[in-house]
Ligand binder design. Structure first.
Ligand code: ZN
Length: 346
């Protein structure tokens, strides 16, 4: 019964995930109350919900950087997708956003009198990339990205991809930017930092000589990033967090919400938060839970039930990682509605 009801709520929530990128999180302390195997002081990330979107208006956020937020708010996109304009007279646009006439008009108004040389796309989810084509038609700029859309792993037999509607499958960059490669313009240089996890082709962009990193949906101040198989991979996400922690950027501008002003401590806390979540999943399986709906019901009991479908995908991502590392087992390929047990009890 539970599986059926969660399955239904999963579908409705997943359709929202399709337009979104973050999952508002319950504080880790809520887990400490009941998860007996979780010990110690946990550094909760200090999520910051303080953000005035000023939809459609260019907002200066740093020297030579403007942010324009799309009017596409949702429980998963927060106040909407952020587009960024980098440069002065000759500029780059990062993440033009979804197919949205009002946002295209707002971008073109903000870009009036300036040359657009490049359109950089962080990843191919529909709230970030589709407007690139229209903006290119209007400006002649070249589109830059890590590559076309792809999942983190092939689909298992009989598996359907809950994100198929969220992907911009038609997207093709004019310039494929590899990890560490740089695009230069008039007074700015942007370097691609491949950060898979939320999406396989996810790329952050470092504004050279500024300490600024456009972190897109990998690290956001307002919520954790949705990491959901098969598009997402928890192992990749954790490795990408380590990669950014090692960079020591000063300021992050995310794809949704306001800046991350203390990236190092925030990302370290995000990492701890994910490890705690992983231990909670493992703890539930050791305690006798076998299905993802059972685990979600306990682990996310203080989270809005409308978000439980997305939460189930997040638990699924942890489960894939735990299976890969030999901590738990299942029969056949891991599945959203599969049955799981501690390793060695097959
Ligand atoms: Zn997004």
């Amino acid at each position: 019964m539970l599986a059926i009801s969660l399955c239904r709520s999963s579908r409705s929530s997943i359709s929202k995930v399709a337009r979104g990128c973050g999952l508002p999180e319950v504080a880790c302390s809520a887990l400490n109350d009941t998860e007996g195997d979780i010990q110690g002081d946990m550094a909760n990330p200090e999520f910051n919900l303080d953000f005035a979107p000023h939809h459609g208006q260019p907002v200066p956020v740093a020297h030579g950087v403007q942010r324009i937020t799309v009017n596409n708010p949702s429980p998963f996109t927060f106040h909407g997708t952020n587009s960024y304009i980098v440069g002065d007279r000759s500029v780059a646009v990062i993440d033009p956003g979804p197919e949205d006439e009002a946002h295209l008009a707002a971008l073109l108004a903000a870009l009036s009198g300036r040359e657009v040389t490049h359109i950089l796309v962080s990843h191919t989810h529909r709230d970030h990339s589709p407007l690139a084509r229209r903006l290119q038609e209007a400006t002649g700029a070249r589109i830059v990205a890590e590559g076309p859309h792809r999942a983190a792993r092939p689909l298992h037999e009989g598996e359907t991809n809950p994100f198929s509607e969220s992907a911009d499958m038609a997207f093709r960059p004019d310039i494929v930017l590899g990890d560490g490669e740089t695009i230069a313009g008039d007074g700015w240089r942007l370097t691609g930092v491949h950060t898979p996890g939320h999406a396989a082709n996810h790329m952050a962009f470092a504004l050279e000589d500024s300490g600024i990193l456009f972190s897109a949906d990998h690290v956001m101040a307002w919520a954790t990033s949705i990491v959901a198989p098969p598009d997402g991979s928890m192992a990749d996400y954790m490795a990408s967090l380590d990669k950014l922690i090692a960079r020591r950027d000063r300021l992050l501008f995310p794809g949704h919400g306001g800046p991350v002003r203390k990236p190092l401590s925030f990302m370290r806390a995000l990492k701890t938060h994910r490890r705690m979540r992983e231990r909670a999943v493992l703890g539930r399986i050791k305690a006798g839970d076998r299905s993802i709906p059972e685990m979600v019901k306990v682990i996310y009991r203080e989270t809005d039930p409308r978000l439980h479908g997305a939460a189930a995908l997040s638990v699924f991502a942890h489960i894939e990682d735990l299976i890969e590392r030999g901590e738990i087992e299942t029969d056949g390929p891991p599945a959203l509605l599969g049955s799981y047990r501690p390793a060695g009890r097959g």
